[in-house]
Design a protein around this ligand. Structure first.
Ligand SMILES: [Zn+2]
Length: 131
C-alpha cells in the first residue's frame, strides 16, 4: 500500500472528496448562470461523488468554460478509484512511493517529483509527444 497508513489514506480520501465537491459547486454555479435550459437541468443532476455518467455527459458538452473543472473532477474520480486499489501512492513511471506530503498537496499526482519533472521536460520539448 505504498507505505501509507490507514489514517493517511483516509485523509487523502477526504481531501479528494473535498476538492471534488468544491469543483462540483463551481461547475454548478457556472452552469446555473448560463441561460441555456439544458445546462440548468444538467446542473441539477450533479449530485453524487463518482457519478461517472454525469461527468461523461459534461465531457460531451461543448462547454469550454467548465472544461478545466470537469477534467480535474475526472482526475479526482480516477484517484478515488485508485485509492481502493493496491497501487495508490505509487509513481506510475518508476513505481516508487510518491510520498504522503506530495499527495496531500497534489492528491491527483500520479508521479513522484523526479518523474513528474522529467515528464514535464519531455512535454515541454516535444511538439508531438507520444505516450
Ligand atoms: Zn517516479
Amino acid at each position: 500500500m505504498a507505505g501509507l497508513t490507514k489514517e493517511q489514506l483516509a485523509k487523502l480520501k477526504r481531501e479528494l472528496q473535498h476538492r471534488y465537491l468544491k469543483l462540483q459547486k463551481e461547475v454548478r454555479s457556472e452552469l446555473g448562470s448560463s441561460s441555456d435550459q439544458r445546462h440548468i437541468s444538467l446542473a441539477s443532476t450533479l449530485n453524487d461523488v463518482g457519478d461517472n455518467s454525469v461527468v461523461d455527459m459534461l465531457m460531451d458538452l461543448d462547454a469550454t468554460i467548465i472544461d478545466r473543472q470537469v477534467h480535474e473532477m475526472r482526475k479526482i474520480e480516477i484517484s478515488l478509484n485508485n485509492l481502493l486499489g493496491n497501487n495508490f501512492g505509487n509513481c506510475i513511471d518508476c513505481s516508487e512511493k510518491i510520498g504522503f506530503d506530495r499527495l496531500m498537496a497534489f492528491p491527483t499526482a500520479q508521479r513522484c517529483i523526479t518523474c513528474q519533472n522529467r515528464h514535464e521536460k519531455i512535454y515541454a520539448h516535444e511538439s508531438n509527444p507520444t505516450l
